[in-house]
Write a protein that binds this ligand. Sequence first.
Ligand code: GLN
Length: 460
Amino acid sequence: AYLDAIAERDGALHSYRLVDAEGALARADAIDAERSRGATLGPLAGVPVGLKDNFVTADLDTTCGSRMLEGWRPPYAGSHAARLLDAGAVILGKLAMDEFAMGSSNENTPFEPVRNPWALDRVPGGSSGGTASAVAAGLCALGLGSDTGGSIRQPASLCGVVGLKPTYGRVTRAGMIAFASSLDQAGPLARTVEDAALGLSVLAGADPRDATSLRAPVPDYLAAVDAGREGDLKGVKVGVQRSSLGEGLADSVRARFEASLEVLAERGAELVDVELPHFHLAVAAYYVVATAEASSNLARYDGVRYGASAAREDSPPSSLVELYERTRSTHFGAEVKRRILLGTFVLRSESYADYYGRAMKVRTLLARDYAGAFERCDLIASPTSPVPAWRLGEKLDDPLAMYLSDVFTIGANLAGLPAISIPAGFCEPCDDCPRLPIGLQLTGRRLDEATLLRVSAAHE
Ligand code: GLN
């Protein structure tokens, strides 16, 4: 049924980069056979899942949304694919994304940009836009995304689904192609809070292949959802940073945000004002730290080790430097090059102290701001995106406007905290705008995904 739905709808959405129909059907048959044998089945037995194309999958092309990796077929399964398969999942295919996960609209791509299922002339958000679009349109039951500065939560918000970025280290990074290693986290996108909790239960936990994965025990996330469904949030303190809700916030988003706060208050939560004094510096700090790390991580695409190479062209390069130059200038897209240049610039010995060093200080201050706020509240509520889904092309020639759309999501990555985006209703359709979904973001204490899930389920 999912493969039929993909065949029917994905021609208009472009959410899949690759559909493995044959592999998926064979796998589904194998799970069926196990079931008939009376074998004990995993928690995702037979569940059709889609993976963002930056997750390494054995024998399935993994392009990271880039011409640079076109045709690269990993010889092994990354930890995420392996855990999903161990749990019984059926992998339907690989989902489209901004090139190397850099972007907020899925337009940074050499391929056909993904569309928002709620309005085909609108972006699905990014960079996990293919995953969000596929989940929203029912083209996979559970999706895997990655979030470096909001890439799970922002597309979830723009497509009206649930997206959870876990605490840094809660989920392994082994087998997720690196963008900015100190910020990257993998997590689930799903139609309901319960499905996201189930996805997290399968993904979370220490991994010997990733030294930054955390050894802390994995709580019972489904029990947290059950507790939330009872609807009683008495004793839960929800922080709100009023000063962040100013300029740039769409009226429709503000209205839905206030309505969500009322829902939480009705369930018994106490609303408290909090202030993160360095919040306004987060976007600037993020685009220094993320580009610095990206410039280093992307150095490995040299035309020798992976994927595309100028060496295979008709007139091969005559030196190693020419091989690097030609491979990288031909096969990286414009935004990826912009990030590599920015990152290289901020790391130069002449500018390191002024840019990278200061950004790292801001990062520390922001983490302290959150720690201070969490002395007064259990989680912080905010919009996920300041605006609903915009039209394709609308922000494409203004990278700064695109970067500013990450204002609410980036703090959680810089501070390593868990955060979730859940559906919070729709904007009223107006003259030039259809009815579009709006998301609510909840950011929690380190390793306290359970409270996020509980409060999300109560809101649902
Ligand atoms: N939009 C942000 C960026 O372009 C976040 C991307 C992400 O989380 N992968 O860097």
